[in-house]
Design a binder for this molecule. Structure first.
Ligand code: IPE
Ligand code: IPE
Ligand code: MG
Length: 262
């Protein structure tokens, strides 16, 4: 598969040596992750798919810890897509159970680490007990801002845009906004992710090189990083490699930055 991860020499470096390669002023402010490959990771070991989802939670913990250590303020993770509702009932129930377990047990640690938790997506579709923990965790962490952890649940990028358009139409009809004031920053205010900044770096694990309906609007100028490593194996070293690769990119946003002769 196409792999956009770092050059071969880096693979041999120790974690402290990799960390030393990071330049604090070039770190992304917002990292988004499509956490893919849990099922295949488990199946390769003869385990049920849910074992992969469970192990994936340890990768989430490690990533949060490293973001805190490095001062990366925004982490947005894709945990369950709208399309994932088409999976077998048994897997959906197991995933919802894991979500509830994660939120109910991890709340205290999020608060202690001063992390604000948000969920984005069509949350009404979640079972009531999962919704309860999502709401509770959002409320209990609403005042925190050391880091922002956003979890996409029952999330679809197209649905998000449709919901934004619905909100805009409704506010235009009630006179709250004027149609001739419509511009990109107004649309942005109606997205689920408001007021988060757009991601600087998107990581997708497990070999797939697609977006799968994630943050369609917000990824307009995000750097994309694909790795064959399945999510349960994506730990600190892997994240450091992704960050080093990110730092090597030249973000042009359509402009001409380097002096290339034409
Ligand atoms: C990602 O892992 C987690 C979710 C989509 C919930 P997958 O469950 O998609 O694992 P693979 O891609 O089938 O291996
Ligand atoms: C994307 O993974 C969604 C999440 C990681 C939650 P999928 O495994 O559902 O994506 P596809 O089906 O391979 O595109
Ligand atoms: Mg998958």
């Amino acid at each position: 598969m196409q792999q956009t991860s770092s050059s071969p020499g880096l693979e041999q470096l120790s974690e402290p040596d990799l960390t030393a390669k990071l330049e604090p002023e070039l770190l992304p402010k917002h990292v988004a992750v499509i956490m893919d490959g849990n099922g295949r990771w488990a199946e390769l070991q003869g385990l049920p798919r849910i074992a992969g989802h469970r192990e994936g939670i340890n990768s989430v913990r490690e990533m949060i810890t490293l973001c805190l250590e490095l001062g990366i303020q925004y982490l947005t993770i894709y945990a369950f897509s709208q399309e994932n509702w088409n999976r077998p009932m048994q897997e959906i129930s197991a995933l919802m159970g894991l979500l509830e377990h994660y939120l109910s047990t991890e709340r205290a640690s999020l608060i202690e680490q001063r992390i604000r938790f948000r969920a984005i997506g069509r949350l009404d579709a979640l079972p009531e007990s999962a919704r309860h923990w999502v709401r509770t965790t959002e409320q209990e962490t609403a005042h925190l801002d050391k880091m922002h952890l956003t979890v996409a649940l029952s999330y679809g990028g197209r649905a998000e845009i449709v919901d934004a358009v619905r909100g805009i139409i409704s506010d235009a009809q009630s006179g709250k906004i004027r149609p001739d004031h419509l511009n990109e920053s107004l649309v942005q205010r109606y997205l689920y992710t408001h007021p988060l900044p757009d991601p600087d770096l998107l990581i997708r694990t497990s070999g797939e090189t697609r977006i799968s309906n994630f943050l369609l609007w917000q990824l307009a100028y995000t750097e994309l990083y694909f790795t064959a490593t399945p999510w349960p194996d994506f730990r600190r070293r892997e994240f450091l490699l992704a960050l080093i690769e990110y730092q090597r990119r030249e973000r042009r946003f359509g402009r001409v930055l380097s002096t290339v002769s034409s």
